[in-house]
Design a protein around this ligand. Structure first.
Ligand SMILES: *Cc1c(COP(=O)(O)O)cnc(C)c1O
Length: 387
């Protein structure tokens, strides 16, 4: 039988669903997990410091602490930066909800400021205007992997926590990799991220003293070498298992290849969507160096903003789904979520740039193993829908 050639095969491929994301997992990860299982040392074992060391080396930070996910990484980083009851953080409303939630865990107020329409990152001028005498920290997010303008934020003279969960592999125009400037910076390893462990997170830091505090707070407030029955501060169980760290180490070995593959897929998309950008006003992710020559994106998602004068973003998502292509609204503005409206009094109209972008943006299928044929099918389908 020749069922795998000719029109029949093409027809079947047409029907194949293209997922929005897909982790790269293989033999090295399987072997690493088995090794941990057979060792019997499933938590607080040797894989944790090894993963931390490898990760810190990659971003060029003094040290790093592995934690249970990106959200707990944000929580411990904010505590370490001095975010407490009655204080405020200044951050972007155009980010994953965890960025703001982590401040609320400490009963601090998330104060939003509008974003830059090109990079979609927190606008430094807007952030400065939002500072009050209660501001404990500025929390820039490197959204969609594009480096935030850290030189401008650092000039504000306040503690900083960087949400780098989407930006592994990105680099700043003044030299450091994202996460390597010394500010506590957080990463997450959910399966759609550049590096995946299932669940997992990392804090990179410039000060060893901060790591001592974070390592204690992730482990019930236990000091290093302290008797396990005594605790000299409040802590949590935010530990990452040796099984997850072993997967993380195996992923570190192939990280550069996975990042290069993502950049290649992004370049295919840019080519395939150039016509729609020019003729229909579809907005693509900004190019590297859009605001500062030398800034480089670490590719996480490929998001586009639909033109203002045609089908709505949600109509486009539904039409893509009907043709076997997954996509999703990405990201919704946090200040318009019910909890943030009810609890903090946020309303529509407060951050017009973020609201406009959030209403029009969607994430297309994007993962390292994506083929050029898949990119072309997504792009061609999008062109059909928009024309
Ligand atoms: C993924 C992500 C996080 C962390 O999420 P977890 O699911 O808790 O690991 C935090 N901030 C942003 C912007 C993210 O994209």
């Amino acid at each position: 039988m020749s069922a795998d050639t000719g029109p029949a095969r093409m027809e079947r491929e047409e029907l194949d669903i293209i997922p929005i994301a897909q982790p790269v997992m293989g033999k090295p990860e399987e072997d690493a997990v088995l090794e941990v299982l057979r060792s019997g040392h499933l938590s607080l074992g040797p894989r944790v410091p090894e993963f931390e060391r490898r990760f810190a080396e990659h971003v060029g930070s003094t040290c790093a602490s592995a934690v249970s996910n990106g959200t707990t990484a944000l929580h411990l980083s904010m505590r370490a930066a001095g975010v407490t009851d009655g204080t405020e953080i200044v951050t972007s409303p155009f980010t994953f909800v965890a960025t703001a939630n982590a401040a609320v865990y400490e009963r601090a107020r998330p104060v939003f400021a509008d974003i830059d329409p090109v990079t979609l990152n927190l606008d430094p001028a807007a952030a400065r205007a939002a500072i009050t005498d209660k501001t404990a920290a500025i929390v820039p997010v490197h959204i969609f992997g594009y480096p935030a303008d850290m030189v401008a934020f650092e000039a504000l003279g306040l503690p900083i926590v960087e949400d780098a969960a989407q930006a592994l592999g990105a680099r700043h125009h003044d030299g450091p990799a994202v996460g390597g400037r010394g500010n506590p910076s957080i990463f997450g390893f959910y399966p759609n991220k550049q590096l995946a462990t299932g669940e997992g997170g990392m804090i990179t830091m410039g000060e060893a003293a901060m790591k001592v505090r974070v390592d204690s707070e992730r482990n019930q407030g236990r000091a290093p070498n302290m008797d396990w029955l005594d605790h000299d501060r409040l802590g949590f169980n935010y530990r990452l298992s040796d099984v997850a760290c072993a997967i993380g180490i195996a992923q570190m070995d192939r990280l550069d290849d996975m990042l290069a593959a993502r950049a290649r897929v992004a370049a295919w998309y840019r080519d395939a969507l150039a016509g729609l950008e020019r003729e229909r006003g579809l907005q693509l992710p900004c190019a590297d160096g859009a605001t500062h020559d030398g800034d480089r994106r670490g590719w996480f998602v490929f998001t586009v903003q639909v033109p203002r004068d045609g089908l709505s973003r949600d109509d486009v998502i539904n039409a893509l789904r009907a043709r076997g292509i997954q996509s999703k609204p990405y990201l919704p503005a946090i200040h318009l979520m019910s909890y943030y409206k009810d609890e903090f009094g946020y309303r529509e109209g407060m951050f017009p740039v973020a609201e406009d972008v959030a209403a029009r943006s969607l994430a297309l299928p994007f993962f390292p193993q994506m083929t050029q044929a898949q990119v072309e099918r997504v792009s061609g389908t999008l062109a059909d829908i928009l024309s």
